[in-house]
Design a protein around this ligand. Structure first.
Ligand code: ZN
Length: 179
């Protein structure tokens, strides 16, 4: 009997296309100086759909995956895209590991990274540390532990405003799924 495997149904070209849309939406932006003056510089030698670029402002070379969580990871991009898709369907890490035929610990690492955003945050972003912690706590609190949320709320304005930030982040990140 034929067993269907999701990972074999996905086209690498489409995955890179999706990746570019998630990352840049319209114009490619230099990860070093944020310039939009960027030219294409051929494709990656081992991954034929991975576009390379050069910035005309600062001359930096980069590609579709530079500075993203996918850059130095051995899983192919389609595994990440599928993982993101299955997360959007609210599957558990256990279910995702079965669908993708990956170890549960590997999936745990991947979903954790994906929740932090696909572009790696640079240290100069002042609020990132706080915001990321809150996101985890607020989500867990709302879903599984309403008492803890109430208790946190009693501590004052700080928690309430941080909670709002976390929800805003979640909304923004859910955008690629709905596209
Ligand atoms: Zn640049």
């Amino acid at each position: 009997m034929l067993s269907l495997n999701l990972t074999h149904l996905l086209d690498d070209a489409k995955c890179y296309e999706t990746m570019r849309q998630m990352r840049w939406s319209s114009e490619v932006c230099c990860p070093k100086c944020n310039s939009l003056s960027v030219i294409k510089r051929g494709k990656d030698e081992t991954q034929p759909h991975r576009q390379r670029y050069q910035c005309k402002t600062c001359s930096a070379h980069f590609d579709d995956l530079t500075d993203t969580i996918f850059a130095n990871h051995h899983q192919p991009l389609r595994m990440w895209i599928l993982c993101l898709y299955l997360m959007g369907l609210n599957l558990s890490n256990q279910q995702i590991s079965q669908e993708l035929d990956l170890d549960k610990d590997v999936v745990q690492d991947m979903t954790t990274l994906l929740r932090q955003g696909i572009v790696q945050r640079k240290p100069e972003v002042k609020l990132s540390g706080t915001v990321e912690c809150d996101e985890v706590y607020v989500t867990a609190g709302h879903k599984g532990n309403p008492e803890a949320v109430l208790k946190k709320g009693e501590k004052g304005d700080g928690i309430a405003s941080k909670g709002f930030g976390a929800e805003a982040r979640l909304r923004r990140k859910s955008h690629p799924f709905s596209a």
